[in-house]
Design a protein around this ligand. Structure first.
Ligand code: ADP
Length: 274
């Protein structure tokens, strides 16, 4: 497929017989501008839909539903759901912007990932109960990483929330911990691994590489019904970039999905003396 490139050329005459040509490749810059413009267009579109619903119901409530008590209750309920959707979208957009601005500033704190995961799961327990999903967390001692506790909490809340949203009602969400040792001491303390596995419908193979794009959803209607914004995994990706971590996604359609986070572990043993 042809790829468009953008260049800027400055041509300067020198005193002698030569001409000075300076060429700047603007392709990356243009691409970033296009991505930003697309993002603003998408965000506006996402907000416009619930806003149109709320405005429409205000008109209806002022008009023919004015004296219809049951209809009024129904419409107010829908308006409240739509307002909730706008609130979640704005919160996610603000989170994403804040994280992006901070992305090149590495975190400094020391965090026990196992306790972050347990806290994130506890917050989501009522939602899991609604779908009769049981969250099983494998036992684990402390697993220390260098990180920002609030941001890592958001990573695991988003992943566990997705496992509930797209999991099997009446099924299980299982969280496992592990470690991958570094090939040598020089390369740090290895990696801490946390995987979140659900028994949901799974993800088509071709969609997997796109899941962390902003607003990408396999099934927009289903995501909306489940209160999704399409930004959760984009937020996860940016937080993990800041933490020099990674996200790996595996899925078997019809059987479920596993999202595995790896984060650099805190080096526990002292550097060997030379
Ligand atoms: P959303 O708010 O739509 O859930 P996310 O960025 O968190 O947005 O996820 C993007 C999309 O990835 C979802 O809309 C869904 O299609 C898919 N997805 C995420 N997690 C899972 C999962 N555990 N099982 C199946 N599909 C998932």
């Amino acid at each position: 497929m042809p790829v468009q490139h953008h260049y800027e050329a400055y041509i300067t005459r020198t005193n002698g017989p030569l001409v000075l040509v300076r060429i700047r490749d603007l392709t990356e810059l243009r691409r970033a501008e296009e991505l930003r413009a697309d993002f603003v267009a998408n965000a506006s579109h996402e907000l416009r839909t619930p806003l149109a619903a709320v405005t429409g119901f205000i008109d209806t409530l002022r008009g023919h539903a004015k004296d219809d008590g049951p209809a009024r209750e129904r419409f107010l309920e829908i308006m409240s759901v739509e307002a909730g959707r706008m609130r979640r979208l704005i919160e996610d957009l603000l989170s994403l912007t804040r994280i992006e601005l901070n992305e090149h500033n590495p975190p400094a704190g020391e965090v026990d990932v196992a306790s972050v995961v347990r806290d994130a799961a506890a917050v989501l327990a009522p939602l899991a109960d609604e779908d009769r999903i049981s969250i099983q967390i494998d036992p684990c001692e402390s697993l220390k990483v260098v990180g920002d506790r609030d941001e890592l909490t958001q990573v695991f809340q988003n992943l566990i929330h997705n496992a509930i949203k797209y999991g099997r009602s009446g099924g299980e969400v299982r969280i496992r911990f592990g470690r991958a040792e570094a090939p040598s001491k020089r390369e740090g303390g290895g990696q801490v691994l946390v995987s979140v596995q659900d028994e949901g419908e799974g993800i088509p193979r071709e969609a997997i590489p796109r899941l962390t794009e902003r607003f990408y959803r396999v099934d927009v209607k289903r995501s909306r019904e489940r209160g999704g914004t399409g930004l959760g995994l984009a937020i996860v990706k940016h937080i993990l970039n800041r933490h020099k971590g990674r996200l790996q996604i595996e899925s078997v359609p019809g059987e479920g999905s596993t999202f595995t986070v790896s984060l650099p572990a805190v080096q526990t043993t002292a550097e060997p003396s030379v």
